[in-house]
Design a protein around this ligand. Structure first.
Ligand code: 9Z3
Length: 295
């Protein structure tokens, strides 16, 4: 991560660390069961593409098997339905495999872009599964990125568990149902934003995400996070409407980003708006991107 960051910073590029997907919290050390959450990783994966389009190099710290930039569009398609076997009648002739572009719409365009990104080494994927892997990797990433100072951005879109069972309190073996109903006692996960902003990467531009299911407490919670951690922005969203509506909150401003029906018809994604606004806010703090106040 440090080599990736300095390579791109020396080439004059900004580097964004995107976290994406949910975290797994094991209940046993030889894990049979774990607690998980809903996050698909779509926010992180699509944002990664828009950041690359805006000239950033991206460290993509993502949950194993969550959505991935570029391939995310084809995840619901059975690969074998998209391929056609041709020829191969003669012995020793293995035939040819041809892509059916009707089954994979846009595949040529997406593949071309993916190859360009790979060639320019603009995307560094790093995987985690459990909460503790996430926490360790985020700290390592922050320390690696601190070397490029204000050229680094953090975009913390992963849905990270607030609760966990410490290793010292976890049973080694599978919890037995013969012991009756299960009662769990979980500890609070330390708030990682605090050391990230204050110690690990104090010059970086940090955007966190705040998720609620009750819209009436969302903005309060977002403001409170900004007051507590003093970072640059919080993207606030509600579970059910997260694909079409977010509020970007900074210390001085609050801006609603909304997709209209027309946008949805044109397949506009809200992440494009979040990334464009975030980038102009970062590149030019006086920019008007998030200056629209909500009455
Ligand atoms: C988010 O709020 C993301 O926008 C979503 C994206 C996880 C809702 P998907 O992955 O969904 O596209 O399906 N991420 C942060 C959620 C979070 O846990 N934030 C913490 C909190 O709200 C603060 S860091 O307390």
């Amino acid at each position: 991560m440090a080599a990736f960051a300095s390579f791109h910073a020396e080439a004059g590029r900004k580097v964004v660390l995107i976290t994406s997907g949910g975290t797994k919290v094991p209940l046993e050390s030889r894990t049979v069961r774990f607690l998980d959450n809903f996050s698909s990783g779509r926010r992180g994966a699509s944002s990664a593409e828009y950041f690359i389009d805006s000239g950033y190099a991206v460290i993509f710290l993502h949950r194993h098997r969550s959505l991935y930039p570029y391939t995310r569009m084809f995840l619901t398609i059975n690969m074998l339905d998209a391929l056609e076997f041709q020829g191969g009648g003669a012995p020793g002739n293995t035939g040819e495999v041809v892509v059916n572009q009707q089954v994979l719409p846009n595949i040529a365009k997406v593949l071309k872009r993916y190859e360009e990104v790979k060639k320019s080494r603009l995307l560094l994927p790093i995987e985690f599964s459990t909460l503790s892997e996430y926490l360790h990797l985020l700290k390592a990433a922050a320390q690696a990125l601190s070397k490029i100072g204000s050229k680094a951005m953090f975009y913390l879109a992963a849905a990270v568990s607030d609760f966990y069972i410490p290793a010292s309190e976890m049973p080694e073996h599978k919890i037995q149902s013969s012991n009756g109903p299960l009662q769990l006692s979980m500890k609070m996960v330390p708030k990682i934003l605090s050391p990230l902003v204050k110690e690990w990467a104090p010059q970086a531009f940090v955007i966190s995400f705040k998720l609620e299911t009750d819209a009436s407490i969302l903005l309060d919670k977002a403001r409170r996070a900004l007051d507590t951690y003093r970072h640059q922005a919080v993207v606030a969203n509600v579970l059910d409407s997260r694909r079409g509506y977010v509020v970007v909150v900074t210390l001085e401003t609050q801006a609603e980003l909304i997709l209209t029906e027309e946008d949805v018809k044109n397949e506009v994604e809200i992440e494009e708006r979040i990334v464009i606004g975030t980038d102009s806010c970062y590149s030019d703090p006086k920019s008007s991107a998030y200056q629209r106040h909500i009455p």
